[in-house]
Structure formats: C-alpha cells, structure tokens
Design a protein around this ligand. Structure first.
Ligand code: KG4
Ligand code: ZN
Length: 348
C-alpha cells in the first residue's frame, strides 16, 4: 500500500436508494462540488420507494448530474484521478446504475474505480467538515435502514457494538409518521411537527434502556404511539404532541446508548451520522451531553447526514490513497457487512 496522495480529485457517485448524489473531492483541497437529485416526489404517490422506478430515474439523472458537478468544480473528466461509487448495501438495480456508470467512466479515463460501502460513507461524512474527528471514536449510525453503534478503531476498522433488533431509527420515524397520516417521506415532517408539540402530554418508554447492552428495538415504541394516537381525538394539536412524545423517547434512547458506548470503549469522541443525524433535537441533546460530560461530538452538516455523493467521494478517495485496487468487474452488494471492510492504516 502506498501513502502517496492521489494527485487528482475523485468523483463520487451515490445511487443506493432514492437519491442520486454526485461530488468531486480532492484530498488536499477538500470538497470541490456536490449535487443531489432527490426522487422523493416520484415515490410519494406510492408511499415508499419503488425499486424499479428508482433504478430508471438514476439512469435518467446520473450523467446530467455528473456533467453539472464537474462544471461546478471547474473540471473536465480528464481532470479526475479516480471514480468512487456506492457498491452496497442498497437496492440492487439502483446500485448497478451507479456502479456501471462509474466503472465505464473510470475505464475510459484509465483511472482507478472503487466501490464504497454506503455506511462507511455515512460514518466518514464528518471528515468533510472543518472540525473533523480522529480515530478512535464511537459512531452512531442512524438511517432509514440501520441503527448501529460502531467502535471505529481506525478508518476501515469497525466493530459493531450494538444493532437494531427490529426497525431502524429512521424507519421508526417514517412508520410513526405514516400511522398518524403524514405523507411520505414522514421522518423529517414528524420531526418538524414535534417542534411545535407540547412536551410531557404523551410519554412513551425508552426501549431497552432499563437493561444493559447497546442494541436497539423500536417496533414496540411505534405500537405505543399507534395506540395513543388511535385513542386520542386525532386533532392537529394532538398529532404534534404525540410526535413530540415519540421524538423525545427516540432521542433519549439514542443518547443513553451513545453514553453507554463511550463508557464501554473509553472513547472520547462521538460521531453521529446517517439521515436521523439531521434531527435537531438529537443534535442539541448530544451537544449538551458532550459539554456536560467532557467528550467531543461531531456531526456532518445536515445535508451530509442524509444520502449524498460527497461522503462517497471522500471515502473512495481515502481508499484509493491507501492503495486499494479492485478489478474492473461491476459488482454490487445489496447486503454487505461493515465489519468485513479492510482497515486503512495508511489513511488515518
Ligand atoms: O441516510 P438516509 O438519507 O438514507 C438511508 O441510508 O437510509 O436516511 C434516511 C432516513 C429516513 O428514514 C428519514 O426519515 C430520516 O433519515 N430522517 C430524519 C430526519 N431527516 C431524515 N429523521 C428524523 N429527523 C430528521 N430531521
Ligand atoms: Zn444512507
């Protein structure tokens, strides 16, 4: 492995679900440009992501977005030193669109391409910020598909400390929003509603905080909310109050488990990543806990908590810099264990 920085910027492509993200990242100059196209409106009428529609829309939007991003970075394709793409986990058709485009572009330019683990992208996203964490740290990864606590011993060296036994945190936000009649995608809307709600009118349990361990379970919380909602007057004010009670239970639970993980590992830094990391209450509560208890907490800016190309360009650039080479085969992994990745000691 070489620790020589790759001389030219890396193009990053994210297409694992319903967002087409493209970015250009340079290891010395940082993020040069990024663009995002969200398919939210396309899927809204179905109440969730329709995989085949997602794949087709990535096909339509990806190349125009690549052109737009390169133009914003003031670059021609010849100025690229590598191409990174999300290789998994995610929807197989959607992943294949990004992988095929990335491999073809890299092959034609005679530069390396690299498949990035989507969740590694998320957990390295705080490195896009001026104040970046240094390993070792604990990461809370909370997205639509995952709720994990991870010990990051070095970049690429990940130990799973806790996982969800049922619904992911973002999934719980989305399902809870849906059961109270909020349109898709419900998570961010539920969070906005919660800000107007009254604290204390509805109190739900903090699942699995009454026993040791770092795993999560959110499906019972969702059921509690369903019962409370069904037995209420179902007014707008009540919806906001229930949303507030749900969000407080969720955020308290995540905070308690983060503090436990820091204690268990002895780490002094915490990283929050993934879509739910954009939640304002979560960010405020963890910032307050950090200043009270003397650890540091790092968040990506909200737009880099949710899916984006910048995190993929960054993670790919670090792997290429560390000398990771792959064959030209177009491979994607709808399921992919984060712990199976190789450590990047050269890049830390
Ligand atoms: O990381 P992400 O964009 O996609 C996945 O990889 O899953 O996360 C999307 C998830 C959705 O479940 C969405 O409801 C949730 O993140 N989310 C939020 C907020 N913004 C996005 N949940 C709570 N509060 C928010 N502000
Ligand atoms: Zn994601």
């Amino acid at each position: 492995m070489s620790d020589q920085p790759i001389a030219k910027p890396v193009l990053g492509i994210e297409s694992s679900c319903d967002e087409t993200g493209v970015a250009v990242y340079d290891l010395e100059r940082g993020l040069l440009a990024h663009r995002l196209y969200s398919q939210v409106r396309l899927h809204a009428e179905y109440g969730g992501v329709v995989p085949e529609l997602a794949s087709r829309d990535h096909v339509r939007k990806l190349l125009p977005l690549v052109r737009e991003t390169l133009a914003a970075a003031g670059l021609d394709v010849a100025g690229l030193g590598g191409v990174a793409y999300t290789a998994g986990p995610g929807l197989i058709g959607a992943l294949l669109v990004g992988a095929a485009a990335a491999r073809a572009l890299a092959w034609s330019l005679e530069v390396p391409a690299i498949g990035v683990h989507h969740m590694e992208g998320h957990l390295l996203a705080p490195l896009l910020e001026a104040e970046a964490p240094q390993a070792p740290f604990v990461a809370l990864l909370v997205s639509g598909g995952h709720s994990m606590l991870i010990a990051v011993d070095a970049i690429g060296s990940y130990r799973l400390l806790g996982d969800t036994l049922d619904d992911a945190a973002g999934e719980a936000f989305d399902k809870t929003a849906k059961l109270m009649g909020l349109p898709y995608p419900g998570g961010p809307q539920l969070a906005r509603l919660a800000e107007q709600g009254q604290s204390g009118r509805f109190r739900f349990s903090r699942p699995m905080t009454d026993r040791p361990g770092l795993d999560f379970s959110f499906s019972g919380l969702k059921t509690q909310v369903l019962l409370a909602w069904q037995n209420s007057d179902q007014s707008d004010a009540t919806r906001a109050d229930v949303a507030r009670g749900f969000e407080e239970a969720m955020v308290d639970t995540l905070r308690i488990k983060c503090l436990r993980a820091l204690e268990a590992t002895g780490a002094k830094s915490l990283v929050i990543a993934g879509g739910v990391g954009a939640n304002r209450r979560l960010r405020a509560q963890l910032a307050e806990a950090a200043s009270r208890q003397g650890f540091r907490v790092f968040f990506p800016r909200p737009e880099f908590c949710t899916d984006n190309g910048a995190m993929i360009a960054l993670a790919g650039a670090l792997r290429l810099q560390a000398g990771q080479l792959e064959s030209n085969a177009i491979k994607v992994f709808p399921r992919w264990d984060l712990e199976s990745l190789s450590p990047l000691h050269a890049a830390v």
